[in-house]
Design a protein around this ligand. Structure first.
Ligand code: BES
Ligand code: MN
Ligand code: ZN
Length: 490
């Protein structure tokens, strides 16, 4: 797995600043006085820092931007990175400051002069999250970013604030690595193996193989994977950090390791992007990893349906009718609408087995959500306003775009089948809503439920606030916050 930047925290010792090599970061509140570290840098450079701050470039910069003072005279450092950050900066601005530093530093070591700075842990989080690169398949991989040392007045406190954030970053890195991985490498089996390895972190992990799934009656899930040589499986991860016997939050992820479309084959152009069709399962894995690393005081179960959607002589055909685990019969109109066939069985199983307090499913489910919301927001669907509001708030605080869309009888009518109970597509109109409507057929009345369609946000072609191009890890932060807001109250 791509390693998270090592970070250390120690007490401010401004006597070290002159001889420190690598890069030094200072934070400037344009309205306020220089802190101890900035004053020291200014003195060593005979006022270069104040000249920069008074200059036009800094004047035009925005909160979170970093400007570079290269080869500062009087110092051993290669550069002083001057960050524009108001004292009352928001979490998002602080993270942006960290990301700016990650970009200007490249792979160099960095000393951060944080003195009594607020939101230091959030700055560190932003920096660490942006220090990511997927180099697994480069024969000459880029060097990993160097160490980060944070000098501050209360290193123990800041270190304690940063620890859970670093756990979230590790989870997000797992999500990104999984989502970026090619499908010949990340087969269903390799995916399951990586989840089983998380037993070392104190998670309970159980793999249900094809025989076990057949016994349980997960026929719609199996119908998706039956054209592939890679075996289908469901992996169940449990983290029991909460009160004994308190019903868990259930997270359910679509883990289609590659989506060719099946017999309803996708066109060639862009098909290579379907390596990310396990993004929902990747987020579930990343959240479970973070929860274990930060020893969350909550009960959470994560279930992923791992399959590969391939055409073959024994693949499911359009027109086939399959009986789901719930007993609802499904007419397969289009074998490319496979995600819902995987999720419906796993969601039903999650509710039957765990009687969860609430359930969130994540899936790169529809191309239509990209048409509607682009790459800025995931689509959010829910049967419960309070639960949905709690999630929307968590996503907003974390800067992870999310936009709620409707459900309703009129949309449900679109998936009625002539020959079976329902069909797996509802036509072109409101494609993301009819997909959500399909899933809702498998949600019990009493289960507060959120469906997140992450097809537009799981992996993107250009960089985002905290990630380079490629897999983003969208959702790991918001779901961690949802867990702490709703399930770790005491
Ligand atoms: N995995 C795709 C959705 C997708 C599209 C994810 C683009 C990421 C980027 C999904 O399985 C799919 O193929 N959906 C179809 C549904 C249709 C056949 C009803 C779609 O969106 O075209
Ligand atoms: Mn598909
Ligand atoms: Zn798919």
């Amino acid at each position: 797995m791509t390693a998270v930047t090592p970070v250390t925290f120690d007490a401010t010792d401004i006597n070290q600043i002159a001889t420190q090599e690598g890069r030094i970061a200072v934070f400037i509140d344009p309205e306020g006085r220089l802190d101890a570290g900035a004053r020291r840098v200014n003195k060593l450079t005979k006022g270069a820092l104040t000249r920069m701050i008074e200059g036009a470039k800094f004047g035009k910069s925005k909160a979170g931007d970093a400007l570079v003072l290269a080869y500062p005279v009087g110092m051993a450092a290669d550069a002083v990175d001057v960050v524009h950050l108001p004292r009352n900066a928001s979490v998002i601005q602080a993270r942006k400051a960290g990301a700016s530093l990650a970009k200007v530093r490249g792979t160099a070591d960095m000393l951060m002069l944080a003195a009594g700075l607020r939101r230091t842990a959030e700055i560190v989080f932003g920096l660490v999250m942006r220090d990511y690169g997927f180099e697994d398949h480069k024969s000459d991989p880029k060097e990993r970013a160097g160490a980060l040392r944070v000098m501050c007045s209360k290193p123990d406190e800041v270190g304690a604030d940063a620890a859970p954030l670093l756990a979230i970053a590790e989870g997000a890195f797992m999500t990104r690595d999984l989502t970026n991985a090619p499908a010949n490498v990340l087969t269903t089996t390799a995916f399951a193996d990586q989840l089983v390895a998380m037993k070392d972190l104190g998670l309970k992990v159980e793999v249900l193989d094809e025989d076990a799934l057949a016994k349980l009656g997960m026929r719609t899930l199996l119908s998706v994977g039956q054209g592939s040589d890679s075996p289908s499986s469901v992996v169940v991860m449990s983290w029991n950090g909460g009160t004994k016997d308190a019903p868990p939050l259930a997270l359910v992820g679509k883990g289609v390791v590659f989506d060719t479309g099946g017999i309803s084959l996708k066109p060639a152009a862009g098909m290579e992007d379907m390596t990310m069709d396990m993004g929902g399962a990747g987020v579930v894995a990343g959240v479970m990893r973070s929860l274990a690393l930060r020893k969350a005081k909550a009960n959470v179960v994560g279930l992923v349906g791992l399959v590969e959607n391939m055409p073959s002589g024994n693949a499911t055909r359009p027109g086939d009718v399959i009986t789901s685990m719930k007993g609802v019969t499904v007419e397969v109109i289009n074998t490319d609408a496979e995600g819902r066939l995987v999720l419906c069985d796993v969601m039903w199983y999650a509710q039957e087995r765990f009687k969860p307090a609430a359930m969130v499913d994540l899936a790169t489910l529809t191309g239509a959500i990209i048409i509607g919301l682009g790459h800025e927001n995931a689509g959010v669907f829910s049967n419960n306003d309070d639960f949905c509001k709690a999630f929307m708030k968590a996503a907003e605080v974390e800067g992870e775009g999310a936009w709620r869309l409707p459900l309703g009888q009129g949309y449900d009518d679109l998936i009625k089948s002539r020959i079976a109970d329902i069909k797996n597509t509802g036509g072109r109109a409101a494609g993301s809503v009819t997909a959500a409507q399909f899933l809702q057929r498998f949600v019990k009345e009493e289960t507060p439920w959120i469906h997140l369609d992450i097809a537009g946000v799981a992996s993107v072609k250009s960089e985002t606030a905290l990630a380079p191009a490629g897999a983003t890890g969208w959702g790991v932060s918001a779901l961690n916050r949802l867990v702490s807001d709703m399930f770790e109250k005491d």
